[in-house]
Design a protein around this ligand. Structure first.
Ligand code: PEP
Ligand code: MG
Length: 325
């Protein structure tokens, strides 16, 4: 059952066989930061910066953002803090950014598409705040990641924007540092191009909420198609596997920050697929940490292999059920 008290582990965890798995928290509201610390998270695997921009009449200025990123870093002096650049548009409209009404908002101008286009000025401000926060970050734990990547050019352009911000800060004599840099894998295009993307990043983080939506062409949150927009669909698992395989032999790490990372019933499967970082809602962190400690590496790999050869979601579910000790 899910109601019993689960021990809070502030220390990092390994599988029963000693494979280290980072269990981080998703932060999508101011209150989540304390909740993440209290839950014993190793760090922040997804800082959804949208919440800094919501319920306001204008965007937060550079210093306001700088303080927010500093606060997140201070909450996890020994942990990684992965900040996602602004991911608005689609299902996340913001009045003052004049996000357009689109017939298919999930297929429209959202995420990195806006940051490299209509929101380029806001993107620059956000990058300035992030690079300044990285300078004050003694542990070197700040990482920046891009949402909704679909092309290699987007990653290259965003890197160039970061380099240009660094040059500006340099010229102005302001303290800055270059954070680790990553891309979210949440479109089929990004999963298919993972090998090419890996050459340009330090890490990949699978946004399985959007990835399931786009792989399955089934809107997330629409109960009529919920059985399709499900990470246990074999097609979604194959996209995850392809991403992990693409990063093998590189220095890039691969994590999952979609909701599936918070489901302890899927922990063994994700570890078996080669995922080494899981980022979940703070409330799910203790249960996921416990689930990690119960994973046997060989069984997890066998489970992943079986799930990858499954033809149906039902077959995947059966494999998961049968692998439980
Ligand atoms: C995702 O799509 O899985 C994700 C983590 O990003 P968001 O839920 O904020 O779109
Ligand atoms: Mg997403």
């Amino acid at each position: 059952g899910g109601d019993e008290a689960v021990e809070i582990r502030t220390e990092s965890v390994t599988t029963a066989d000693g494979t280290p798995i980072e269990v981080a928290a998703n932060v999508g509201a101011a209150a989540d930061l304390d909740a993440a610390v209290d839950a014993g998270a190793d760090g922040i695997g997804l800082f959804r910066t949208e919440f800094l921009f919501l319920d306001r009449a204008e965007p937060p200025d550079e210093d306001t953002q700088y303080e927010a990123y500093r606060e997140a870093l201070a909450a996890f002096p020994d942990g990684r803090v992965v900040v996602r650049t602004l991911d608005v548009g689609g299902d996340k409209p913001v009045d003052y950014l004049r996000t357009p009404a689109e017939a298919n908002p999930f297929l429209g101008e959202r995420g990195i598409r806006r940051s490299l286009g209509v929101d380029a000025d806001h993107f620059e401000t956000q990058l300035r705040a992030l690079l300044r926060a990285a300078a004050a970050d003694s542990g070197g734990q700040l990482s920046v990641m891009l949402p909704l990547v679909a092309t290699v050019e987007e990653v290259i352009e965003a890197r160039e924007a970061m380099a240009s911000v660094a040059a500006d800060l340099d010229a102005a004599g302001e303290a800055y540092a270059i954070p680790a840099f990553g891309a979210m894998i949440e479109t089929p295009a990004a999963a298919l191009l993972a090998e090419e993307l890996v050459a340009h990043v330090d890490f990949l983080s699978l946004g399985t909420n959007d990835l399931a939506q786009y792989v399955m062409a089934a809107e997330r949150g629409n109960h009529r198609v919920a059985a399709l927009a499900d990470p246990r669909q074999p097609a979604v698992l194959r996209a995850i596997h392809g991403t992990v395989a693409a990063a093998e032999g590189s220095d890039a790490w691969v994590g999952v920050c979609g909701e599936m990372a918070g489901d302890p019933g899927l922990t063994a499967l994700l570890v078996g697929l080669g995922i080494r970082e899981l980022s979940a809602a703070p409330a799910a962190v203790p249960r996921v940490k416990r689930a990690v400690t119960e994973v046997r590496d060989t069984e997890a790999r066998d489970l992943a292999e079986r799930a990858l050869s499954a033809a149906t979601r039902e077959d995947v579910e059966e494999a998961i059920r049968e692998s439980r000790p």
